[in-house]
Design a protein around this ligand. Structure first.
Ligand SMILES: Cc1cc2nc3c(=O)[nH]c(=O)nc-3n(C[C@H](O)[C@H](O)[C@H](O)COP(=O)(O)O)c2cc1C
Length: 347
């Protein structure tokens, strides 16, 4: 209810300043209990996926809360799950500013943040300080490599982060699809992907013994893979018995926004123009995976019907980022409603 009033104020600021101002307000509102009072009611519609019980199918996509510093505030929006990160082993500043741009005519964003984050140690302290996970909330922790770690040693960065976050996470996402870390997407190539997944799966087996719990391993992929590559990636996920897949990250394709202001900025495009492309990826994945592992659908979900489209294409859960910026927290309840089974007696 408040967001339509707040949005023009936030959009008058540059995107990163607006991001920080919104979080400052949210944290203050959460700390004094106001956020929960004004939060929209989200219908419960639990679903069991990867051995976890999700209270509803709508999650927060990675990248909004990179340092896991705002979990309890975000939880007041009623998300069924929250994904934090991408976190890297060491802190890093990301790319020079400006590095985030709004394309309001297209309900889109372009970002080239480049994994700006405070490093995994700080990240874990923040996770430990949040009430959300200890109160049973589903928390995904998304891991990546530092910008200056070459791909030849990328596996070491992922293993470092995986070990660090394993016990605190409901599931761990391996991000190999950001366009803003040079060479990262090459980790989706056959040999590199096989090496990374093989190592992480054997690490997962060891960590399960140590911690007495299985933390699902999920891979997040790019929308810019060819259909043949997508099918190959899907077969690799099956062969390595990965627990789930998130489709998709942002796109480097600008066809859908050609000639709009900022369309030529380097980085990843998200929001409405990504919707169809991400849905097509989900459809291809679903065809190749045949239900063997769940798909978390993300990319351009700006409404309940957009989320339904992802489920119809083969996703079990969905996530939002850009939709939250343009539509506000009410979108969480709208999507949860659209995806909840109809009450008995109604079609
Ligand atoms: C500003 C921004 C930062 C992002 N940072 C990350 C990130 O750190 N890790 C990641 O896996 N995805 C990141 N993403 C991608 C989103 O999680 C999501 O996959 C993508 O934006 C498509 O969803 P949307 O159209 O709902 O935004 C980022 C997206 C945006 C807009």
């Amino acid at each position: 209810m408040l967001y339509p009033l707040l949005r023009p104020l936030l959009f008058a600021l540059d995107p990163e300043t607006a991001h920080d101002a919104a979080f400052a307000g949210l944290d203050a509102a959460a700390a004094c209990g106001v956020a929960r009072l004004v939060a929209p009611r989200v219908r419960a519609s639990p679903v069991d996926v990867m051995g976890l019980r999700f209270p509803n199918r709508v999650g927060l996509a990675a990248g909004l809360d990179k340092n896991a510093a705002h979990i309890d505030g975000l939880a007041t929006f009623g998300f069924g799950f929250i994904e934090c990160g991408t976190v890297t082993p060491r802190p890093q500043p990301g790319n020079p500013k400006p590095r985030m741009f709004r394309l309001p005519e297209a309900q889109a964003l372009i970002n080239r943040l480049g994994f700006n984050n405070d490093g995994v140690e700080r990240f874990l302290r923040n996770v430990a300080g949040a009430r959300f996970a200890s109160a049973g909330g589903i928390l995904g922790l998304n891991i990546g490599r530092n910008f200056d770690t070459p791909n030849a040693r990328a596996v070491d960065d992922y293993v470092t982060c995986f070990r660090a976050v394993y016990a605190s996470a409901s599931y761990v996402t391996v991000n190999i699809s950001s366009p803003n870390t040079k060479g990262l997407r090459d980790l989706q190539e056959d040999a590199a992907l096989g090496r990374l997944l093989g190592t992480l799966k054997s690490e997962q087996a060891k960590l399960a013994q140590v911690h007495g719990k299985h933390t699902p391993l999920v891979v997040k992929i790019s929308p810019d893979l060819t259909t043949a590559d997508l099918r190959r990636v899907a077969r690799s996920l099956l062969a390595h018995e990965v627990d789930g897949v998130i489709a998709t990250n942002t796109t480097i394709d600008r066809a859908a926004v050609a000639k709009l202001p900022h369309a030529d900025e380097a980085g990843g495009l998200s929001g409405a123009p990504l919707r169809e492309k991400a849905t097509a990826v989900i459809r291809t994945l679903a065809d190749e995976l045949r239900g063997a592992l769940p798909i978390i659908g993300v990319g351009g979900i700006m409404s309940g019907p957009d989320a339904r489209e992802k489920i119809a294409a083969g996703a079990t859960l969905v996530q939002i980022y850009t939709g939250l910026i343009y539509k506000g927290p009410e979108l969480v309840a709208e999507i949860a409603d659209a995806l909840a089974p109809a009450p008995a007696g109604r079609p």
